[in-house]
Design a protein around this ligand. Structure first.
Ligand code: NAD
Ligand code: ZN
Length: 379
């Protein structure tokens, strides 16, 4: 089969690889029909995720048709059209039982902080991903979810990660009616978080980024007030001015360790004063939220070295909430939101490409080129 093949930082090609096989009675094999590239893939692509091995197939956002099932799988059958949450979760461990499917204890043998994730390095279990014609789906009686007949598969594939992550970002923010919510990052996740902030009753939604085309999109889609951070000399001062000197009620970090700029800043710290204050969105979030406010983090960070201003967290009495999205827990209500037209996921898809185009998909998405917001591969 054809599959994306990681060769080292900034190098991905398409190779012929053996088709996956059922290894366990709870496995399924899915023939992939759609597979997105995610901001999380960019951390891998940029070489920032520990133990990312050459030869791995990335891709944790995919949907497709069930090809084969193991002897213990009863919830799906060959021929079913399914969307597959990015979390690999056993459904039975201490964490899965609480709906924390992103923290499954069984799916990642290393039992580090994160559970299992398709195509996300050996830190997340070493599973191959769905930027391929076929993928092995472990615990297939837990994750894969039937795509309703009425749903466009382009919407379905966005429910594997982007929509639940944006929604959970807003949910973790504990947004109260009328709250001012600031979202850092106008990538697919930040845009979705800003869209969902309204569903929780926000009174005002502000989105911050440095890509004018993404800010334009956020302005009309979310909708949101948008600002280019390159024009803001001091983020905390700016947000205070916007909020009667109080600060935002909720700040959402939908950026994480952004390789293009913030990782450099993390490495070189104060020496790299390319603008006043820190350019790390988590610092901005902590410094811009009001006293007693909530900072919700869905951006993915490296293990250490982010120099979080923890003193401000303590002195302002900030609550910080963070996690991988728990996709399966959120799917029933998100499917309803798509049905009711409250969320239009496929509107974020700007590039539809074949699997052979995987190097282009990464180049466009990483470089923020050609108006790229969300690229989807059609193997
Ligand atoms: P993306 O790379 O498309 O978007 C990130 C955006 O942040 C870009 O538009 C970039 O210009 C902007 N940005 C960079 N520095 C900024 C700053 N200091 N302030 C404001 N904006 C800044 O990625 P995405 O697909 O939208 O994903 C966003 C983050 O969410 C990534 O870190 C990704 O790994 C993470 N993520 C987490 C989960 C989860 O379950 N927690 C799931 C999916 C993605
Ligand atoms: Zn993703």
């Amino acid at each position: 089969m054809l599959a994306a093949d990681y060769r080292g930082p900034y190098r991905i090609r398409v190779s012929h690889k053996p088709e996956p096989e059922i290894l366990h009675p709870r496995d399924a094999i899915v023939r992939v029909t759609r597979s997105c590239v995610c901001g999380s893939d960019l951390h891998l692509y940029h070489g920032l995720v520990p133990d990312t091995r050459v030869g791995m197939t990335f891709g944790h956002e995919f949907c497709g048709i069930v090809e084969e099932i193991g002897s213990e799988v009863e919830s799906i059958k060959p021929g079913d059209h399914v969307l597959v949450p990015f979390n690999i979760a056993c459904g039975q461990c201490h964490f899965c039982k609480q709906g924390l499917f992103g923290n499954c204890h069984e799916a990642n043998a290393q039992a580090t902080a994160v559970g299992g994730i398709y195509g996300y390095s050996h830190t997340a279990g070493g599973y191959d991903g769905g930027q391929a014609q076929y993928v092995r789906v472990p615990y297939a009686d837990v994750g894969p979810t039937l795509i309703p007949d009425w749903m466009d598969p382009d919407d379905a594939v966005m429910l594997t990660d982007v929509v639940p992550t944006g929604y959970q970002a807003a949910e973790m923010g504990g947004i109260a009616r009328g709250d001012t919510v600031v979202v850092f990052g106008a990538g697919p996740v930040g845009i979705m978080a800003a869209r969902c902030a309204w569903l929780f009753g926000a009174g005002r939604v502000i989105v911050i980024d440095r890509e004018p085309y993404r800010l334009d999109f956020a302005r009309s889609y979310c909708p949101a007030e948008v600002y280019d951070f390159r024009e803001i000399p001091d983020m905390a001062v700016f947000i205070k001015k916007q909020t009667d000197s109080l600060g935002a009620d909720v700040c959402i970090d939908a950026v994480g360790g952004d390789a293009a700029g913030n990782a450099l800043h993390t490495l070189f710290g104060a020496k790299l004063k390319w603008q006043a204050g820190s350019a790390i969105p988590l610092h901005w979030a902590i410094n811009s939220v009001r006293k007693g406010g909530i900072v919700s983090i869905v951006g993915v960070y490296g293990p250490t070295g982010n120099m979080v201003p923890i003193g401000n967290v303590v002195n302002k009495g900030i609550t910080i909430r963070a996690n991988q999205a728990s996709v399966k827990r959120l799917l029933p209500r998100l499917i309803e939101h798509v049905r009711n037209g409250l969320i239009d996921p496929k509107a974020l898809i700007t590039h539809r490409l074949s699997l052979e185009d995987v190097p282009d998909a990464y180049r466009l998405f990483s470089g923020k080129l050609d108006g790229c917001i969300k690229p989807v591969l059609y193997p």
